[in-house]
Ligand binder design. Structure first.
Ligand code: NAP
Length: 259
């Protein structure tokens, strides 16, 4: 399918690895020029070069922490006028409900709620002026069904979801569509960071922890960054203009809900 976005420009945050990288690759495959971001420059430069080589699109890189004001300013300097924004950042650490104090919540809110909102506020006005734009926020399955050990994530991402629900309906008539993609477990470094402590706690190998988790998913496996990226690229396509403020689960059926 021709996604109809060849020649457009996208900012994909936190995209040197994992789900963000999957989104960057799929957009590049559709002919979209990119601004890519991550904190570490080595993996970022390697990913950017691989995308240039594979797809012949322009890729600008900005090594910066997207959750800080200075990092966002550096990224936004290179991303002015983008047509597509994919927000993403690392997820908060797991723990128990009584583990976290105010500072932990502020950090999680900054990363997974206030950063995407700041980026939306900075870039959506230009999209509205030009009459076309797409925003995809990478959130989590935890928005639909809480993951008890990820209380910080549950809280911060649900806050973003509420903001997007209203905002997406305020900008849709100007050709700007904002939606959220909700990953269930995907085979990335983040999954390893979540499975590692489980393996340690249960006294099993990482492979065994993965197999146990896979057995709880109707699809019987973890998702891939390529599948995730393809869904993101579709939401950024010309065909997705009637999809507004939705929360789309990519979880292999893991969330046991009828709708
Ligand atoms: P990942 O494989 O660990 O990749 C994270 C990427 O984001 C890396 O490129 C990393 O590069 C970059 N990054 C992290 N923090 C950043 C920051 N502050 N500023 C800029 N770049 C940053 O993680 P993932 O699996 O793709 O997960 C992406 C998001 O989806 C996370 O919020 C995660 O919690 C959420 N999620 C993932 C899953 C899953 O199963 N994978 C499920 C539900 C939700 P640097 O480290 O160099 O910055």
């Amino acid at each position: 399918m021709d996604l109809g976005i060849k020649g457009k420009r996208a900012l994909v945050c936190a995209s040197s690895k994992g789900l963000g990288l999957g989104c960057a690759e799929a957009l590049a495959a559709a002919g979209v020029d990119l601004v890519m971001n991550a904190r570490g420059s080595e993996a970022l430069e390697a990913a950017a070069q691989a995308i240039r080589d594979a797809h012949g699109v322009e890729v600008v890189t900005v090594a910066a922490d997207i959750t800080t004001e200075a990092g966002r300013a550096a990224v936004l300097e290179k991303a002015q006028g983008v047509d597509i924004l994919v927000t993403n950042a690392g997820g908060p650490p797991p723990g128990m409900w009584h583990d976290w104090d105010r500072e932990d919540f502020i950090k999680a809110l900054d990363a997974n709620m206030l950063t995407p909102i700041a980026l939306i506020k900075a870039l959506v006005p230009g999209m509205m002026e030009r009459g076309w734009g797409r925003v995809v926020n990478i959130t989590s399955q935890s928005v639909k069904a809480p993951i008890p050990t990820l209380g910080l994530s549950n809280a911060a991402r649900t806050g973003l979801t509420g903001y997007v629900a209203g905002t997406s309906r305020q900008v849709a008539s100007r050709g700007v569509n904002i939606n959220n993609l909700l990953p269930g477990i995907h085979a990335t470094d983040r999954a390893e960071a979540l499975d590692g402590p489980v393996a340690k706690r249960e006294g099993i190998t990482l492979e065994e922890a993965r197999a146990r988790r896979s057995a709880t998913i109707p699809a019987g496996r973890y998702g891939t960054r390529e599948e995730f990226g393809a869904a993101c690229a579709f939401l950024c396509s010309v065909h997705a203009g009637f999809i507004v403020g939705q929360n789309i689960l990519l979880d292999g059926g893991g969330t046991n809900a009828t709708i």
